[in-house]
Design a binder for this molecule. Structure first.
Ligand SMILES: C[S@@+](CC[C@H](N)C(=O)[O-])C[C@H]1O[C@@H](n2cnc3c(N)ncnc32)[C@H](O)[C@@H]1O
Length: 216
């Protein structure tokens, strides 16, 4: 895979990232647009999804990333691997969630992952964090009953903040008790997860399911 130099962070609150995208024509993107969708928010180079899409051909995967060069690289790799159940979109998810999901067949969003989101440590920068109350509200609105939210971070405060934002919402039920999950429920580790584990550092993980009856 060819790697280009990219900025480490972009400010999602800056003017350049406020416009919602025009969604693609999904029948030109996925072979079967009716398959359950896994949305990965902040997918970076897309390595996690490239592996997931190969392992789970009966799912569609959508990676969202605010740094455009990473999306271009991920799409090129997707094409090289001929994965017709995988797509990546360059956008700011905080301005795109509703129009994006509404452009898909209804009842399609079954899984959302947010893995190692940018921590934005300084107090005055914390509004740049991706898990804002409006995002939680949108996940609650569009995820199917029984659908899964998987969150993980190596930064304890960030993990607590995103965990609490989902826990406080009446639509979600936390899984696995009060402790952080010891294992990743997904069969693939992200790049950030792998580098954290390689350094023997902790990863804070939590899963929520959306309450309600699962459609038969
Ligand atoms: C620390 S990286 C983690 C990447 C990957 N999930 C992993 O675990 O290896 C966080 C990613 O989220 C992206 N990101 C941050 N804010 C975003 C936003 N509002 N919308 C879409 N992507 C965002 C960043 O550009 C970055 O690539």
């Amino acid at each position: 895979m060819v790697r280009v130099r990219v900025r480490q962070h972009v400010n999602p609150l800056s003017y350049a990232y406020q416009t919602p995208i025009v969604p693609p024509t999904w029948s030109q993107v996925y072979t079967n647009p009716a398959q359950p969708l896994h949305l990965d928010i902040g997918c970076a180079w897309g390595r996690f999804l490239l592996q997931m899409a190969a392992i789970e051909p009966d799912w569609n995967f959508l990676g969202i990333e605010i740094r455009e060069p990473l999306v271009e690289t991920a799409l090129a790799q997707r094409d090289e691997e001929k994965l017709s159940n995988l797509h990546f979109i360059f956008c700011n998810i905080n301005h795109t969630f509703a129009p994006l999901i509404e452009s898909l067949p209804p009842g399609i969003l079954h899984r959302v992952s947010i893995q190692f989101p940018d921590p934005w440590f300084k107090k005055r920068h914390q509004k740049r964090r991706v898990v804002q109350p409006e995002l939680v509200e949108n996940v609650a609105k569009y995820l199917v009953p029984g659908g899964m939210v998987f969150l993980q971070s190596d930064v304890h405060d960030v993990a607590i903040e995103m965990r609490d934002r989902f826990a406080e919402h009446s639509s979600f039920e936390r899984q696995g008790g009060e402790d952080w999950l010891p294992e990743n429920p997904m069969p693939v580790a992200t790049e950030r997860e792998q580098s954290t584990l390689d350094k023997d550092e902790p990863v804070y993980r939590v899963v929520f399911l959306k309450k309600g009856e699962i459609p038969g």
